[in-house]
Design a protein around this ligand. Structure first.
Ligand SMILES: Cc1cc2nc3c(=O)[nH]c(=O)nc-3n(C[C@H](O)[C@H](O)[C@H](O)COP(=O)(O)O)c2cc1C
Length: 209
């Protein structure tokens, strides 16, 4: 199933989470880790799940500077509406070639189209929302995912969003991440963590200055 309905009943938590699954296979390590993090949310917190591999979303085509038809169809509408309805967007992408999976990157490319869509106010509406990342990878060194972290940090900064960081887990075949007990322990508190306003890396003030 591509979309899970929002959890009911609503809790006092005013947040509404969109979990975007970006693996090319179902039930993989990234989804396991993302679901572990979601389980720790206050009961009843609104959440919607989208599996990008189950959506017929064509490659993004840059039509920002010309008039023309949008090509994303129903899948694009669904993703745009779900994105704008969320206070918190959790990108759950496996590490592919040291960065986001193609499914996840394609979804982010659509953000550029929405930024230019008349009357949508995408940037203003995303500002103040929070971006989170969850990733599984074969490597045990989290630094191997620095490229993915930079992509998410800068994307959040560009949109004036908060950034809650990236939850890492290690594993190769589906289910391996269940043996990464540190990752599962971190998942229990991840979405309750601090999410400061995102900054581009070149904006960070050096210590002692
Ligand atoms: C196309 C592709 C590229 C990958 N690139 C990396 C990589 O750069 N670094 C790494 O540690 N693991 C890499 N892996 C391994 C996956 O990150 C790992 O199997 C992960 O658990 C997959 O997550 P999933 O089960 O949610 O799909 C790659 C796997 C695939 C299929």
């Amino acid at each position: 199933m591509t979309i899970d309905a929002p959890a009911a009943p609503r809790s006092a938590d005013p947040r509404s989470f969109l979990f975007v699954l970006g693996s090319s296979r179902p039930g993989g390590n990234t989804e396991i880790l993302a679901r572990a993090a979601a389980e720790a949310l206050p009961p009843g917190t609104a959440q919607q799940w989208v599996d990008l591999a189950g959506l017929a979303l064509p490659d993004f085509q840059d039509g920002r500077h010309e008039a023309g038809e949008r090509i994303g169809g129903d899948a694009e509408d669904l993703l745009r509406d779900a994105t704008l309805a969320a206070t918190d967007v959790v990108l759950a992408s496996p590490l592919y070639w040291y960065t986001l999976s193609a499914h996840t990157k394609r979804y982010l490319d659509y953000w550029s189209g929405w930024l230019g869509e008349d009357g949508l106010d995408f940037k203003a509406r995303m500002a103040g929302c929070t971006l989170w990342g969850v990733t599984a990878m074969a490597d045990r060194e989290h630094a191997a995912a620095d490229g993915l972290v930079t992509t998410l940090t800068h994307s959040a900064a560009y949109l004036g969003m908060r950034f809650g960081g990236v939850l890492f887990g290690s594993g190769s075949k589906p289910g391996d991440v269940r043996r990464d007990t540190d990752a599962l322990a971190r998942a229990r508190t991840f979405l309750a963590g601090e999410a400061p306003l995102a900054r581009f890396s070149y904006e960070r003030v050096p210590m002692g200055v």
